[in-house]
Design a protein around this ligand. Sequence first.
Ligand SMILES: [Zn+2]
Length: 148
Amino acid sequence: MTQTGPLPEIDETNRHFWTGGAEGELRFLRCQDCGHYVHPPRPRCASCWGERVEPEAVSGDAVVQTFTINHQPWLPGMEVPFVVAIVELPEQAGLRLTTGVIDCAPEDVHIGMPVRVTFEQHDDVFMPFFRPAERPAERPADRPGEGA
Ligand SMILES: [Zn+2]
Protein backbone atom coordinates (compact mmCIF):
# COMPACT_ATOMS: atom_id res chain seq x y z
CA MET A 1 0.00 0.00 0.00
CA THR A 2 1.34 3.37 -0.95
CA GLN A 3 0.27 6.32 1.06
CA THR A 4 0.99 9.78 -0.13
CA GLY A 5 0.91 12.34 2.56
CA PRO A 6 -0.11 15.88 1.87
CA LEU A 7 3.44 17.14 2.06
CA PRO A 8 3.95 20.69 0.97
CA GLU A 9 5.52 21.23 -2.41
CA ILE A 10 8.90 22.81 -2.07
CA ASP A 11 9.85 25.51 -4.50
CA GLU A 12 12.33 28.34 -4.51
CA THR A 13 9.99 30.68 -2.67
CA ASN A 14 9.38 28.40 0.32
CA ARG A 15 12.42 26.14 0.49
CA HIS A 16 13.89 28.07 3.42
CA PHE A 17 10.71 27.48 5.42
CA TRP A 18 10.32 23.75 4.86
CA THR A 19 13.99 22.81 5.09
CA GLY A 20 15.21 25.14 7.87
CA GLY A 21 14.46 22.37 10.34
CA ALA A 22 17.47 20.47 9.00
CA GLU A 23 19.52 23.02 10.93
CA GLY A 24 16.95 23.36 13.68
CA GLU A 25 15.88 26.76 12.43
CA LEU A 26 12.45 28.16 11.83
CA ARG A 27 12.92 30.61 8.98
CA PHE A 28 10.81 33.32 7.50
CA LEU A 29 11.47 35.77 4.75
CA ARG A 30 12.45 39.11 6.21
CA CYS A 31 12.72 42.44 4.50
CA GLN A 32 16.32 43.60 4.57
CA ASP A 33 15.24 47.21 4.25
CA CYS A 34 12.63 47.61 6.98
CA GLY A 35 12.87 44.38 9.00
CA HIS A 36 9.30 43.25 8.33
CA TYR A 37 8.72 39.47 8.22
CA VAL A 38 6.94 38.34 5.08
CA HIS A 39 4.75 35.30 5.53
CA PRO A 40 3.40 33.54 3.53
CA PRO A 41 6.44 33.97 1.30
CA ARG A 42 6.16 36.71 -1.29
CA PRO A 43 8.78 38.29 -3.50
CA ARG A 44 8.11 41.73 -2.02
CA CYS A 45 7.83 43.17 1.43
CA ALA A 46 4.21 43.77 2.40
CA SER A 47 5.23 46.77 4.47
CA CYS A 48 7.62 48.84 2.35
CA TRP A 49 7.23 46.99 -0.97
CA GLY A 50 10.98 46.42 -1.08
CA GLU A 51 12.32 43.47 -3.00
CA ARG A 52 15.20 42.55 -0.71
CA VAL A 53 13.51 39.77 1.22
CA GLU A 54 15.79 37.06 2.57
CA PRO A 55 15.24 34.03 4.83
CA GLU A 56 16.12 34.60 8.46
CA ALA A 57 15.80 32.35 11.47
CA VAL A 58 13.45 33.38 14.25
CA SER A 59 13.70 32.35 17.89
CA GLY A 60 11.27 29.44 17.58
CA ASP A 61 9.16 30.69 20.44
CA ALA A 62 5.44 31.25 19.99
CA VAL A 63 2.18 31.58 21.87
CA VAL A 64 -1.02 29.65 21.14
CA GLN A 65 -3.67 32.06 19.86
CA THR A 66 -6.43 29.61 19.11
CA PHE A 67 -6.72 25.89 18.51
CA THR A 68 -8.98 23.00 17.60
CA ILE A 69 -8.68 19.31 18.23
CA ASN A 70 -8.32 17.41 14.99
CA HIS A 71 -9.27 13.78 14.47
CA GLN A 72 -7.89 13.42 10.94
CA PRO A 73 -4.19 12.75 10.49
CA TRP A 74 -2.36 15.29 8.34
CA LEU A 75 0.32 12.80 7.48
CA PRO A 76 0.43 9.03 7.35
CA GLY A 77 1.28 7.65 10.74
CA MET A 78 0.26 10.72 12.69
CA GLU A 79 -1.51 9.92 15.88
CA VAL A 80 -4.97 11.34 16.38
CA PRO A 81 -6.46 13.24 17.97
CA PHE A 82 -3.98 16.07 17.82
CA VAL A 83 -4.16 19.79 18.24
CA VAL A 84 -4.17 22.20 15.31
CA ALA A 85 -3.28 25.64 16.55
CA ILE A 86 -2.64 29.10 15.27
CA VAL A 87 0.44 30.35 17.04
CA GLU A 88 1.83 33.86 16.99
CA LEU A 89 5.53 34.56 17.03
CA PRO A 90 6.94 37.23 19.29
CA GLU A 91 9.08 38.67 16.50
CA GLN A 92 6.19 40.53 14.91
CA ALA A 93 2.54 41.19 15.69
CA GLY A 94 0.44 39.14 13.30
CA LEU A 95 3.24 36.75 12.33
CA ARG A 96 1.34 33.50 12.70
CA LEU A 97 1.57 29.88 11.73
CA THR A 98 -1.05 27.19 11.53
CA THR A 99 0.66 24.19 13.04
CA GLY A 100 0.29 21.22 15.29
CA VAL A 101 0.88 21.20 19.02
CA ILE A 102 2.51 17.95 20.02
CA ASP A 103 4.05 16.30 23.06
CA CYS A 104 1.17 17.18 25.31
CA ALA A 105 -2.38 15.99 25.86
CA PRO A 106 -4.94 17.89 23.76
CA GLU A 107 -6.84 18.85 26.91
CA ASP A 108 -3.73 20.55 28.28
CA VAL A 109 -3.47 23.01 25.40
CA HIS A 110 -4.79 26.47 26.17
CA ILE A 111 -4.90 29.91 24.63
CA GLY A 112 -1.89 31.94 25.68
CA MET A 113 0.23 28.85 26.18
CA PRO A 114 3.93 29.37 25.45
CA VAL A 115 5.23 26.87 22.92
CA ARG A 116 8.46 26.22 21.12
CA VAL A 117 9.18 24.89 17.65
CA THR A 118 10.25 21.33 16.99
CA PHE A 119 10.60 19.61 13.63
CA GLU A 120 9.47 16.32 12.19
CA GLN A 121 11.20 15.16 9.06
CA HIS A 122 9.13 13.65 6.27
CA ASP A 123 11.25 13.03 3.18
CA ASP A 124 12.88 16.37 2.36
CA VAL A 125 10.42 18.37 4.38
CA PHE A 126 10.90 19.41 7.97
CA MET A 127 7.43 20.10 9.29
CA PRO A 128 7.45 22.70 12.04
CA PHE A 129 5.34 21.68 15.00
CA PHE A 130 5.20 23.22 18.43
CA ARG A 131 5.49 21.70 21.88
CA PRO A 132 4.96 23.18 25.31
CA ALA A 133 7.79 25.56 26.13
CA GLU A 134 9.64 24.95 29.29
CA ARG A 135 8.58 27.36 31.94
CA PRO A 136 11.02 30.19 32.39
CA ALA A 137 12.92 29.85 35.61
CA GLU A 138 11.26 31.81 38.33
CA ARG A 139 13.36 34.65 39.55
CA PRO A 140 13.14 35.80 43.09
CA ALA A 141 11.76 39.30 43.24
CA ASP A 142 14.28 41.98 43.92
CA ARG A 143 14.33 42.66 47.60
CA PRO A 144 14.34 46.28 48.54
CA GLY A 145 16.96 47.49 50.93
CA GLU A 146 19.77 45.39 49.52
CA GLY A 147 22.84 46.43 47.67
CA ALA A 148 24.77 49.69 47.62
ZN1 LIG B 1 10.19 46.20 4.02
